[in-house]
Design a binder for this molecule. Sequence first.
Ligand code: ZN
Length: 254
Amino acid sequence: MKVYFLGTGTSQGIPVIGSQHSVCLSSDSRDKRLRVSVWIEVDETSIVIDCGPDFRQQMLTSKCQHIDGLLFTHEHSDHTAGLDDIRPFYFKQGDIKIFAHRRVLVNLEKRFDYIFETENKYPGAPSVTPNEVVENVSFLVNDITVEPINALHGNLQIFGYKIQDFVYLTDVKTIDATEIEKIKNCKVLVINCLREEPHATHFNLEEVLHFISLVQPDKAYLTHISHLFGFHEEIQQKLPKGVYIAYDNLEILI
Ligand SMILES: [Zn+2]
């Protein structure tokens, strides 16, 4: 399995538009973070999780050739706003299979009504096949099993996904012990860590390190990073063994 980090930034990305913050001005390429997303290739199956406003650029840089399943964690714009840019995949492959909670599908249908339109559809508009993700029910993308992991982003329900020994969770603030049980001892855990200061709807560093100590993965990678967390190089030095800060275009093999 190959995991490619398409984006590792929080909702505004890094640099933040117009910001004079030292991290936003950093010349280290690892301090440039697009909106959070990941691409997983297992055998011949290609899965992308979330599709934010940087989707087009991410697909060009990663050279992703096809998408068998586009999975959504939740409906926030930094995770969904790029949906129109599935057009080149749609022209090549036909309807793109999307997977999300029913609430997220309803939200996307409202915001991208022309994509879900069935009558008098504009010829250039893409089409999707919606698949509802249900708590505790695994589903298939081609022949690859995906297990949804339930969590909360403030008051908002969100899904993370477990694929074989890989677990991807972003925008988590709280998660039940029953869900932690499902991902214990995985090989690679990707988990959101906004910054050191507490935040109402995202894990901070202290919370994330506690969570990692419960899950006990072989390796953990932090994502959904704010510029307020600091420089990549400096954050990495503060992290315990086996915990890494992810960066855009990082590729790992599992
Ligand atoms: Zn987010």
